[in-house]
Design a protein around this ligand. Structure first.
Ligand SMILES: [Zn+2]
Length: 139
């Protein structure tokens, strides 16, 4: 048997039904919610939030080199991006690209940074619509 001992979900050509992660009810692998218990993405073994997240394996000073996060936990708490390069709705890092950012170099809507391009920002050096300049003799 080609697929004996392999869970059905991993065997191409066989049924794509999988047990729900929460209640073991058979659900389609493509299901976005369990019809019995309502668990989101029931066919996935692990599911920890909506959205998109990418974290590089390479790290620098304990931070991932690149962390992209546009993700929300199941309880709707946003997952902030935190890395040398951090991109997300909320981000902190050395270089950040975000809506709410905290970084050394930051491109954000709201930010606190060393160098910032922002709509509303507070930084040592700043290009902003509304800004608080910490450096004298500028602007
Ligand atoms: Zn279920």
């Amino acid at each position: 048997m080609l697929c004996s001992g392999v869970p059905t979900g991993y065997c191409p050509g066989k049924s794509d039904m999988k047990p729900c992660r929460e209640c073991q009810h058979q659900v389609s692998e493509q299901a976005t919610a369990c019809p019995r218990c309502g668990a989101p993405f029931p066919a996935r073994e692990k599911w920890d939030g909506w959205g998109y997240e990418y974290k590089s394996k390479a790290t620098f000073l304990g931070l991932p080199l690149l962390h992209i996060s546009f993700k929300f936990r199941p309880n709707y708490v946003p997952v902030p991006a935190s890395g040398v390069i951090a991109i997300g709705q909320f981000a902190s890092g050395i270089f950040t690209l975000s809506q709410f950012g905290l970084g050394i170099v930051s491109v954000s809507q709201f930010t606190v940074a060393g160098f910032a391009i922002a709509q509303i920002g507070m930084a040592y050096s700043l290009i902003a619509q509304l800004g608080i300049y910490l450096q004298e003799g500028r602007g």
